[in-house]
Design a protein around this ligand. Sequence first.
Ligand SMILES: Nc1ncnc2c1ncn2[C@@H]1O[C@H](COP(=O)(O)OP(=O)(O)OP(=O)(O)O)[C@@H](O)[C@H]1O
Length: 455
Amino acid sequence: MKKAQSPHNQRNQFSNFHREDDNKSKTKKQSGSVSALKHFKVAVKKVFTILLFRQRKVNSKAAASAIDTRRNSNRIRGVSSSTDRSSGSADTKSSSKFKLSGSHGSSTAFSGVIQTTNFSYEEICKATEKFSQANKIGEGAFGTVYKGRLGDGSLVAVKRAKKTTSDKLLALEFKNEILTLSMIEHLNLVRLYGYLEHEDERIILVEYVGNGTLREHLDGTRGIGLEIAERLDIAIDVAHAITYLHMYTDPPIIHRDIKSLNILITEKLRAKVADFGFARFSADPNATHISTQIKGTAGYLDPEYLKTYQLTEKSDVYSFGVLLVELMTGRRPIEPTKPNNERLTTRWAIQMLKRGEAILVMDPRLRRSAASTMAMEKILKLAHECLAPLRQSRPSMKKCAEVLWGIRKDFKQKAFPAPPSTSHNSATFPVRDAKMSRQQTFGIQDNDTYKFISA
Ligand SMILES: Nc1ncnc2c1ncn2[C@@H]1O[C@H](COP(=O)(O)OP(=O)(O)OP(=O)(O)O)[C@@H](O)[C@H]1O
């Protein structure tokens, strides 16, 4: 890879070039001025490129390890240039090849572009049995999602965009999702396996997460109901994922659409954050915000972002606060069928918390105990901080994760005052298998029915 020159050298080159040009212009005035203009343009372009490069602090080591360095750095430039009110300008080049991830395993911070290998459209058709209805697992604004099985037996989620090629926003969402996913690798974020742009097809292949969305679990349409410890673990997983996006990617990423429908649940009831269609890079490290068109989901949107169009990491913190309230109440952020004072779930829950009646908003599916009530109140207090109208007053995602660790530790101490020989490691619950975990953690048998206590 060609080594980038320092801006200092670039500046020297620039002034040398002017001296040279002066000499030439004495003898060949007209052709000299044309050549000077040309060189001037080249020099300005070089200086601009170097400054841009420095500003974005692109991790050159990671980029060098990527399969197609030039194209990937183009992609990074494309999106980070969209820090204005326009809807972005990802300049990812159209590729008729499907790229499949080649690296698995590590969940540590990684800033760069994940490795990929090529796959064909035919293989995707085969994996999804020609996008059969039987393999359809979801639908969203972007398109349809299918379950697929690759040649090596591994499962993937295949996101096939609607074929509205004229829809520039959808095309942009597609490119944005690929670009964002290609830069991240974390246990609690859905992994990109590959993508395809082929004629009018736009397809993204991501890690398959097979146990539905958090919303389905809260609605009771999936699973057997989440206990408070499981909800705490999910909150911590999401906090880790967003902390990673905000603090350990370069440039930082703002997800912009944190909501229970975008949290996928694993068989072991752990969470993975999905759907990066709206994500934005916080490109300029010195900028305090990005001005952008409003994107996101009603009920989760940061009021300051709505008012000012200025997006910061704290907009994700606000949405995370809404998610915490969802986790504790089981309700959606907006409940049109509820009485007036309960329609905005966050407002209702925080009002009750302030009155010292948080117990009344607790999800009726949750088992009441001194430990669970205490944890629920603390989680709502954290949610209250995340929902602060002014972004400066909201905690960082890292802080949220730390507070949640503390709540989990206190909860376990209160819930399981067991003798040392049977006590659990304080970092995580020992058994993640849902059934076994329930039996060991809560003494719940499979045939236990959940008591619905009216809130
Ligand atoms: N990786 C995955 N593993 C399993 N199921 C998934 C996966 N990704 C998405 N799904 C399913 O497909 C549904 C729609 O997916 P997704 O939200 O990503 O689509 P979208 O079009 O981007 O949605 P949105 O309207 O929120 O933009 C999800 O609610 C989920 O049920």
